[in-house]
Design a protein. Structure first.
Length: 538
């Protein structure tokens, strides 16, 4: 629409200027190719023709450059600009025309121009309003979700629920194939893989300038392919940092709104300096909204230079269910790992990567007699993660731990594992952006111990809904474990409080509604009420 209005505006402007300055414009006849009596008529109707021409010019200028959204104040401001620019042009044309022998400034033309301008802008406002109404009644925004990985991390599990709820109006682009694509397709989400070149795939969160330069050709190719794909959608929704860096320019090229879902703390612990700068630049320049998964994530984003007005906090959401895995299944899984019946069991769920702190838990376990630990999760992303997993296995084989640490690998039946545990531990040594596993532990009715940093510190109320411990402090963690091991009544009380709180705070429907509001606001900025996608509403 804007494009068509701009073309029409240029045609009106060009036509008007040609008529004003065309050769032979000196005196009458004004339109040499028309019969004399028509020219006479045109001369008499001069004021009205000017009025009509300027109305059309201002109308198209408003549709081309007027605000599509915003306040009344903003609209008045823009209207004054359009009126001012066209009037200055109008007067300049009259002044230049008056230098042509036989022509003089025609004040009536100037007045006709100004009046036409006001009428045109008024008409433009009315049409804009009508178009917005129609968009409001129309279908929900079409969203192209973009994620860099084919593996199932926390960010991907959140996206799985969001995309599945609006599958009819969405598609997901992944830069890597894997079990995430399978999970999306199983839930009816159209998914396509646009692979990163090998050079670009190795650029991770800690990458430096050299890696980034080498990856540039592959990144540019991917940006163009993504821009092409984005044309069929209203919004591009980047779910990871790499998706933002590629999806941002792609959305800009395709002239589509960009929403960035920030699942990471933008800090030196999680990103290299170059990646931090790129992430903040792309957010500030390309995104119309940034969704942070916790207050801590939002604070780090703003502290790193991110625009505060873009950012809102929406926590992760979870299916709230009363269904519990059958006891027989829980017992079977316990036995399959060789955990003795009745052994006090600690679960730690999350990918095996140094900052998640599994090493700290194993260290703490040495001081907790007879306790067993189940490590649920695998090394997902980097070579460093795989080396860390190997080091953990070596640590678990130490005599003081042998037989008490069980590696479950990556599983999709996570609820069974929460069920078999007495206590859930979260031990990240860097601030956790959100910490899904903490909420999952709470929803499963387990006492949770979590490190006091980042999003984890926001989820748990110390001594009420769980226990906080200092990050990277095996001794502190051991003390908290011993406390709960010796005091099952305390563990039960914390667990019950936690379950109530988590059910009230992290329901998927409410979280999805908030995300949908951000998407709609980005796609249809003029509309106050947000249309719900068919699938989500169902
Ligand atoms: N998870 C899983 N299978 C596993 C281990 C973990 O499905 O074997 C899930 C876990 O239940 C949680 C997510 O992976 O939903 C991890 O999210 P979290 O926010 O804790 O960490 P992230 O991976 O986002 O850093």
């Amino acid at each position: 629409m804007r494009k068509a209005a701009r073309i029409a505006m240029v045609l009106f402007l060009g036509g008007g200027l040609w008529l004003a300055f065309k050769p032979g414009a000196v005196g009458n006849p004004r339109l040499s190719f028309l019969p004399y009596y028509v020219n006479e008529f045109v001369d008499h109707m001069d004021f009205w023709f000017n009025l009509l021409a300027f109305t059309a010019l201002a109308f198209t200028a408003w549709l081309a450059f007027g605000p599509q959204h915003g306040t009344f104040e903003k609209a008045i401001n823009r209207a004054l600009w359009v009126l001012g620019i066209i009037t200055v042009m109008n007067i300049m044309v009259e002044v230049v025309q008056s230098s042509i022998p036989g022509r003089r400034v025609d004040q009536a033309d100037v007045w006709a121009g100004m009046l036409g301008c006001v009428l045109g802008i008024f008409g433009g406002c009315l049409v804009q309003r009508m178009m917005n109404r129609r968009a409001q009644d129309g279908p929900p925004a079409r969203v192209l979700f973009v994620d860099q990985t084919g593996r199932l991390g926390g960010a991907e599990l959140m996206l799985l629920d969001i995309a599945a709820a609006r599958a009819a109006d969405s598609e997901v682009v992944l830069f890597q194939d894997g079990e995430f694509r399978t999970a999306l397709e199983e839930r009816g989400v159209k998914t396509r893989v646009l692979p990163l070149g090998e050079e670009a795939a190795v650029v991770d969160k800690q990458a430096g300038m050299l890696h980034a330069l080498r990856a540039m050709p592959a990144l540019c190719g991917l940006i163009l392919r993504l821009a092409h794909a984005a044309r069929g959608f209203d919004v591009v929704y980047a779910n990871t940092a790499k998706a933002l860096i590629i999806g941002g320019p792609a959305a800009w090229l395709a002239r589509r709104a960009l929403v960035f879902h920030l699942h990471d703390i933008v800090s030196a612990g999680h990103f290299s300096a170059m990646n931090r700068r790129a992430l903040i630049f792309c957010s500030n320049y390309f995104a119309s909204a940034v969704i942070a998964n916790s207050e801590a994530t939002q604070e780090a984003f703003i502290a790193s230079g991110g625009r505060a007005e873009l950012c809102s906090v929406v926590p992760n959401g979870f299916h709230i269910t009363d269904e519990v895995p059958a006891t027989a299944e829980t017992t079977r899984v316990r036995e399959s790992f060789g955990i003795p019946a009745g052994a006090w069991t600690v679960l730690m769920a999350g990918r095996l990567t140094p900052w998640k702190g599994q090493k700290v838990l194993l260290e703490a376990l040495k001081a907790v007699p007879q306790a067993h630990v189940v490590l649920l999760g695998d090394a997902l992303f980097t070579a460093e993660d795989h080396a860390y997993a190997a080091a953990l296995r070596a640590q678990a084989a130490e005599p003081s731990l042998a037989g008490r640490v069980h590696f479950a690998g990556f599983r999709t039946d996570t609820r069974t594992f929460f069920e078999l545990a007495d206590v859930v531990v979260h031990a990240s040594i860097h601030p956790e952006p959100f910490g899904r596993v903490i909420v999952e532990g709470m929803l499963a009715g387990r006492a949770v111990i979590a490190t006091k940093a980042g999003g984890a510190a926001e989820i748990i109320d110390h001594e009420q809904t769980g226990l906080h411990v200092a990050p990277d402090d095996a001794n502190d963690l051991a003390q908290a474990l011993l406390r709960l091991q010796k005091d099952p009544a305390l563990a039960l009380e914390l667990a019950q409080n936690a379950c109530r709180t988590a059910r009230a705070t992290y329901g998927l429907d409410a979280v999805q509604a908030k995300i949908e509001a951000v998407i709609s606001k980005s796609a249809f900025p003029d509309i106050k009420a947000t249309p719900a996608p068919a699938a989500a509403a169902a």
